[in-house]
Design a protein around this ligand. Sequence first.
Ligand SMILES: [Zn+2]
Length: 432
Amino acid sequence: MYLRRLTTFLFALLFAALCSGANGSKPKLVVGIIIDQFRYDYLTRFRNDYHGGLDQLLTQGADFTNAFYAQVPTVTAVGHSIFLSGAMPSVSGIVGNAWYDREEGNLVTSVCDWNVKTVGGHDAGETTKCTDASPASPKRMLVSTIGDELRNAHEESKVIGISLKARAAVLPSGHRAAGAYWFDDVTGSFVSSTFYMDQLPGWAKSFNERELPAKYVEQKWEGFPNWSFAAPESKAPYSKIPASPWGNELVEQFTEEAVNGERLGQRGATDLLTVSFSSNDYVGHAVGPDAPEVRDMSIRTDQLLGKLFRLLDQKVGLKNVIIVLSADHGVTSTPARDKETKMPGGYVSVDAAKIVNDALTSRFGSADWIVPGVKPVFISIAPRLAMLRPLNTTFIALRRTRYWRINGFTSRASTRESSWRTASPVISSRSL
Ligand SMILES: [Zn+2]
């Protein structure tokens, strides 16, 4: 059970240039790094295999072993929005990777924005549905980031965000970034948004013209012959790159080009670079945290960070750089593994939305109670019905019924009022 609690555990490693602190000078560059789904124990389990960037951080930096975020749910968008804003989802408005937006009357993703266009990639065409390929901006994030405040204080500072996932590039870098860049699995290019720019800068175009993903889809993963990265014809050509070691390699190489092309930390101002490595998460989802692939990905990430730090040392001097590293969330072991090791766990095989719908119908009569949502993470009650019916009473009624206890899958039920009492003092209506 202890391992399950680690799901919500985040950690931070801080490598601060002591001499820059000692003489009072400002850092030239701050680098915020997130490794997606990098559970804290990956630092200790594989410690002897780290000789690169993680080793540098662990030996020369500060390791914050009790750095918890108190949020639910522990998913990528929420973790990334908290990392450099400090704001919990009830405050930031980033309450999931996707949610039902009552104003728009639709399911939206954390960074989907129809008022902007993707720059440098393929045009997905007009659609009303938000997907991970939709045009993106930070408009749904209701708070500022460190990068935003840095630019508010120093207009000349530059902020850049990079990841495979749009949300992981956009949310940590914030509203005033010069650019956020992410991976388009149709073209294999790093793309951005008209929110930041009208066209990609020359260095990003040059990187895309090298067409590195075309080489990577053919590459074998040494030691793991069952993995292949060429996508079937029905899928986007580079859709299997994120769940591979090559996804992180692309991010690291693109980051090097950004440091060079934007002259980050080399311009007489304090710049901020956020980099999120997503492939650890994609691979972790495919095989679970106990698989040897996860160890291999961790070791490769350590080496990639070492490579990036060497470039930073060469271009900026590590004594002038502050590096902060965190995960966005952890992961639980797979139910199959739990069964194998005789640990408690398993799949919930009930349709929770149907159970809630049936309970509401039996209590208040027939209606389309449940809004199509992100099952099974959220179950939303239709907003118009919510206004018409005494929902708080409803939830109390539900709590008292057998519906909450079916198969024992519900551990806690809260009313709207109890959430108000126990949650953060500032609660947006979106979180309820
Ligand atoms: Zn994540």
